[in-house]
Design a protein around this ligand. Structure first.
Ligand code: GLC
Ligand code: GLC
Length: 637
């Protein structure tokens, strides 16, 4: 499909001030990405060529304005498009004000040594664009995409930080909140003031007729503090779609003007040096009556259109989908079918996360083997973000069919997991908090740091077990393939913040319990090997160091789970041209067997365990015995 002449001339006009070779580069990119762009736009909008033309102009202007150092970065990334898949990639996610020594972006440089100690190459700073005043859902209610939160610094500070991090080999990751804006954002303010153009940026309903029909099939995200998905707005005398909190107004993505606005935001953030954009709540963008209004096909078309713009203007930019959805809906966010290789580069492996917690609670791998084994293969360029905790609660995304296949029920198992992690089940070492109990569905999500959920909470129900579980769980996460992202504070074994509810606006939202502050004192504790901090940190740093040297962990290698192992053992096989890696994990407190023959059958004739750096030999029964909670990464000698 060739680029229409009108589009080409519009691009040339936007590039007129540039040298010939730079114009040429853009036109080559336009040829390369035009089919992706116009095809995607056509799947969601009328008059696709006109809509796409406007996006090409945005891309061309962004390209023209792109600073020289970032153009150089583009070239570097184009020379090594699989960089993000390398085994040396390690992520870290934190709130600037809770991690930086002085609470600012500029101050973050003071934490570089700590990030280096973990080998971090990817730093996700929680929302930092200017939110509304007062409660703002941790920054997810953006009032201005072009300003930085004043308490954190300025746009210049953000640019400087991105440059500093890049010099250290660390990519800066920032949220792009695109499902909604704050009620105070100028678009929403204009709509409230009666401007019809901006009213069309939102889903506004004169009465409850349609909202009631939508509600029949819509799940509630925050049933506790923001029931329903619509909010009455007195200034409009109408109902506004608000999936999350009442002050977060969902954008109307069926309006191409919204697409054009957000495409501009993508380019602007990329040109500040942001390398990865986390597409917040991406599953919710498109609404369709009679559905749960998640994962609609147009969501993938919109992502593809935005990505084509980014590829033209700033190809170093990667997209990360935040789609916390069921296992069957997850893989399309990395691109399947017509979207293969065309949507997000990265996506959260929510299923793996849930299964790790499930295995630790049950000491049984049957459900995990079933669920992870049933996942469709990921496209080779698509890369998982693997993680154990993040700033959000854990929702028990267990598929009913997977549960049934191993003889339990979905609701029953979800109920058990909520009981276990709330610390209400006999024998539980966990001290989590119930988040958003929904009496209508019985659903209970869970908040809490990794330490609190593994036995290192305020009551220290099982510290020794906790150290083993924290290491084991991170070994599964780091050994899966993809970018393992450590949630700030988890690398220090920090328990929940006992004073989480004291800050204004936080008392209703116990996710703040696990949004830890990392202080100088916490880092000083690393100097004493007997502290929780040091014990946990040493294990995680070791995992990341060993991982960096194992090409088998390149994210493009296919991964599979052996179906027929001992019920306490998870065996994860990674087949890379450089060799095979078998991750063996004992999720129980007793020794568990794995037949040596099976490693031989997989081609590992002289197996070596890379984490402990020792050879593996079986007893006369031909079995390898994994000690309680053992995590082994087995490779060839
Ligand atoms: C995302 C964020 C979550 C936020 C929601 C609404 O899922 O991770 O913290 O509440 O979006 O923006
Ligand atoms: C739901 C949403 C997810 C969001 C979370 C906030 O799980 O699916 O996107 O992060 O709620 O708690």
């Amino acid at each position: 499909m060739s680029v229409p002449e009108q589009v080409r001339s519009a691009a040339k006009a936007a590039l007129s001030g540039l040298k010939r070779h730079r114009r040429e580069t853009f036109l080559l990119r336009l040829e390369r990405w035009w089919p992706d762009l116009v095809g995607a736009v056509a799947a969601a909008y009328d008059d696709p060529e006109r809509v796409a033309l406007r996006l090409v102009e945005t891309a061309a202007r962004g390209y023209a304005d792109r600073p020289r150092d970032l153009r150089r970065l583009d070239e570097q990334r184009l020379l090594r498009p699989d960089r993000i898949q390398g085994p040396e990639q390690v992520g870290y996610a934190c709130y600037t004000e809770r991690f930086s020594p002085d609470g600012t972006l500029a101050g973050l440089a003071g934490r570089l040594d700590h990030l280096r100690s973990l080998g971090v190459t990817y730093l996700h700073l929680m929302p930092l664009l200017r939110p509304r005043e007062g409660d703002n859902d941790g920054g997810y209610a953006v009032a201005d995409y072009r300003a930085v939160r004043p308490d954190l610094g300025t746009v210049d500070d953000l640019r400087d930080l991105a440059t500093t991090l890049r010099g250290e080999g660390i990519s800066l990751v920032v949220d792009l909140v695109l499902n909604h804006v704050a009620r105070e954002h100028p678009w929403a303010a204009a709509a409230r003031a009666g401007d019809a153009t901006y009213r069309d940026y939102f889903h506004v309903f004169a009465d409850r007729a349609l909202p009631d029909r939508y509600e029949e099939t819509l799940p509630e995200v925050f049933p506790d503090f923001a029931p329903g998905s619509f909010t009455f707005e007195p200034e409009l005398d109408a109902w506004v779609w608000t999936t999350f909190n009442s002050f977060q107004w969902d954008l109307n993505w069926a309006n191409p003007a919204v697409l054009a606005e957000l495409a501009q935001v993508v380019v602007d953030l990329a040109n500040l040096g942001v390398e990865v954009l986390r597409l917040d709540a991406i599953a919710f963008l498109w609404k369709r009556l009679g559905t749960d209004c998640q994962n609609q096909p147009e969501v993938h078309a919109i992502t593809q259109a935005l990505r084509a713009v980014a590829r033209m203007a700033a190809p170093a930019t990667l997209f990360k989908a935040e789609a916390i959805v069921g296992p069957r809906q997850l893989v399309p966010y990395l691109g399947v079918g017509e979207h293969t290789g065309r949507v997000s580069d990265l996506a959260y492996h929510n299923s793996l996360m849930v299964q790790v917690w499930s295995m630790l609670a049950t000491g049984d791998t049957r459900l995990a083997r079933q669920a992870l084994g049933a996942l469709p293969p990921t496209p080779p360029s698509g890369t998982w973000i693997t993680y154990l905790r993040c700033h959000d609660d854990i929702g028990w995304a267990i598929d009913d069919a997977d549960a049934a296949a191993v003889g339990v029920t979905g609701p029953g198992h979800r109920h058990f997991l909520a009981d276990w992690y709330a610390g209400e089940f006999p024998g539980s070492w966990a001290e989590g908090l119930v988040f958003q109990h929904n009496p209508a569905t019985g659903d209970r999500r869970i908040s809490g740091t990794t330490a609190s959920l593994t036995g290192l909470g305020a009551h220290r129900r099982d510290p020794d077990g906790a150290f083993a579980r924290i290491y084991l769980a991170h070994a599964v996460v780091a050994g899966w393939g993809g970018v393992p992202v450590i949630w700030s504070g988890d690398e220090l074994g920090l328990p929940d913040d006992p004073a989480w509810a004291d800050e204004p606006g936080h008392a209703d939202d116990n996710r703040w319990a696990h949004r830890s502050r990392v202080t100088d004192a916490d880092l000083a504790a690393l100097g004493d090997p007997t502290t929780d901090h040091a014990r946990v940190h040493a294990g995680l740093a070791h995992l990341m160091r060993v991982r960096a040297g194992l090409p088998q962990l390149h994210a493009s290698a296919p991964v599979s789970v052996l179906p027929d192992t001992d019920d306490g053992v998870l065996a994860v096989v990674r087949r890379h041209p450089s060799g095979i890696l078998v991750g063996l994990y004992n999720v129980t407190t007793q020794p568990r067997p794995f037949p040596l023959d099976r490693l031989h059958d997989l081609g590992l004739t002289e197996p070596r365990e890379a984490l402990g750096d020792h050879a593996l030999t079986a007893g006369s029964d031909g079995l390898l015995w994994l000690p309680p909670y053992a995590a082994w990464w087995v490779v060839g000698a």
